[in-house]
Design a protein around this ligand. Structure first.
Ligand code: ZN
Length: 499
């Protein structure tokens, strides 16, 4: 029987399950590796031979053919070496075939037969935790890292001699570590008043609605958004592992993501940095924000190209990156929280200050985001400078409890987080009755909402009904949802003035 050994490699910044098959054929002494291995792995022949001989095993005097499957995808990752070596030992009868079904082999080799850690191994370990029926066999050097991955079962190897008694090695299980409290968290309690804005952002977090806040400088847009991100419900273990896997590959970090990611690329970032891509495809900020938030500050300063490219992940929650040789899909299920001045001087929508931008300048700013981009935003909020400051009556803790309560409600109804994936037909069923249908049509006309924009507003209305503990969307929820469409009205007035 041809041994088939499971390992994990990498391809295009994703973890790739790799099956290693080893064939021993009579003939000349030699070894070839088939199946698009990267050059490092192709050069591992000598290391494998030397490791075997230095550990008291024999190197088969046969023609060794190693097949890496799937055959047509390029594979990277030095940690495949241990699997190749294990396959050779099983094929030559040095160790028992029976160990293969229960384990995943991860590690590189040194000439003396010791098993070594590799860069980015943490991504493979995070992925290995998804295999409930398999135990990861890993370098002893990586034990501390593995111990922090919830649910990962693993055995450690110092050297390849231990492979012959693999069944007797102790099994460890990774445990979730509590993250230390930082104590520097920004909260709503630091912002006086602004109850309308706080509620809108709490809705955005609970329902996962893309949100844009516009207003003059000094209205606290950034603080509001930073504080809102800390309302996010805790991540499930599955979400933590998923987010950490991408982080570790893209950022070369070995920290486990504990809370909803908050990414804030600068407006000068290239579209490849924000969306993903480049000569060798890699995930961008939208993927690093997966399961969390993408904060774009000074939205109208971003390149038009970047804003156009954002439309796909905003709508489909994935990004497709096409290059000459391959297509890669990365997850991008984030909530957009964007803030911006409405124009260069910042006072375009202000009731207290005067905008001194030229009509052309005004159009180039707000014009960049109105239309298709704004259609993919579900909550548009203009903020005004407060004239009287008053302490908010609701605390950050109150909002956080509210978000948790809505999240529970939504998950038990939709089977997943957020109301942002409900389609038109589903949303129509949530409307209370014919009065709501009429009101929706009427308001959509008044606000010039496209069919896509209408779905976004109905999703917000659904979250408002959840806020109120209602099963159906009534008139009051619809009316309130349309109040969060104020930017398009202000933008329309700028356009009609310029015309
Ligand atoms: Zn201005």
């Amino acid at each position: 029987m041809v041994p088939s050994v499971l390992s994990l490699g990498y391809h295009a910044y994703r973890v790739l399950p790799v099956t290693v098959e080893v064939h021993l054929l009579p003939g000349t002494l030699g070894m070839q590796i088939l199946g698009l291995a990267d050059s490092a792995l192709k050069e591992s022949r000598e290391r494998i031979r030397s490791a075997l001989l230095n550990s008291g095993y024999s190197f088969p005097v046969k023609q060794i053919t190693v097949n890496l499957l799937p055959a047509d995808i390029k594979k990277e990752g030095g940690q495949l070496e241990l699997a190749v070596l294990t396959g050779i030992l099983v094929a030559s009868g040095e160790i028992s075939h029976g160990i293969l079904d229960r384990h995943i082999f991860l590690g590189s080799l040194s000439l003396d037969g010791s098993v070594r850690d590799t860069p980015r191994l943490v991504s493979a370990l995070l992925h290995a935790a998804k295999y409930e029926k398999r135990i990861a066999v890993i370098p002893a050097e990586a034990a501390d890292m593995a111990a922090m991955i919830p649910g990962l079962r693993f055995k450690t190897l110092q050297a390849i001699e231990e492979l012959s008694r693999l069944n007797d090695l102790e099994i460890f299980t990774g445990k979730e570590q509590l993250s230390p409290l930082t104590g520097t968290e920004v909260t709503f309690d630091q912002i006086l008043g602004m109850e309308r804005e706080k509620k809108a952002l709490a809705l955005a977090v609970a329902g996962r609605h893309h949100t844009l806040i516009m207003g003059e400088p000094g209205t606290g847009k950034t603080v509001l958004i930073t504080a809102a991100s800390s309302l996010a419900p805790p991540l499930t273990t599955k979400e933590k592992l998923e987010s950490s896997e991408f982080y570790s590959l893209a950022e070369n970090s070995s920290t486990l993501i504990q809370a909803a990611p908050f990414r804030s690329p600068h407006h000068t970032s290239s579209d490849a940095a924000v969306i993903g891509g480049g000569a060798k495809p890699r995930p961008g900020e939208v993927t690093l924000a997966h399961n969390g938030f993408l904060f774009l500050d000074e939205l109208i300063q971003f390149q038009t190209r970047t804003l156009q490219a954002l439309r796909e992940p905003l709508e489909n929650r994935t990004v497709h990156i096409a290059r000459a040789q391959e297509k890669v899909v990365y997850p991008a299920d984030f909530t957009l929280l964007a803030a911006s001045n409405p124009c260069q001087c910042g006072y375009l929508f202000s009731r207290s200050g005067r905008c001194n931008c030229s009509p052309i300048k005004r159009l180039s700013g707000i014009g960049k985001i109105s239309g298709p981009f704004l259609d993919r935003i579900s909550i548009e909020l203009d903020v005004q400078k407060q004239t009287t400051l008053q302490a908010g009556s609701l605390s950050h803790t109150w909002y956080r409890e509210k978000v948790l309560e809505i999240d529970e409600r939504i998950r038990s109804r939709n089977g997943k987080r957020g109301n942002n994936s409900l389609n038109r037909a589903q949303l129509m069923e949530h409307l209370q009755g014919s009065a709501e249908h009429r009101l929706l049509e009427d308001l959509s006309r008044r606000f010039s909402l496209s069919p896509r924009g209408q779905i976004g507003t109905m999703q917000v209305a659904r979250t408002l009904a959840d806020w109120n503990g209602k099963d159906k969307i009534g008139e009051e929820c619809l009316e309130e949802a349309f109040q969060y469409r104020s930017i398009r009205l202000l933008a329309m007035s700028v356009f009609s003035e310029a015309a």
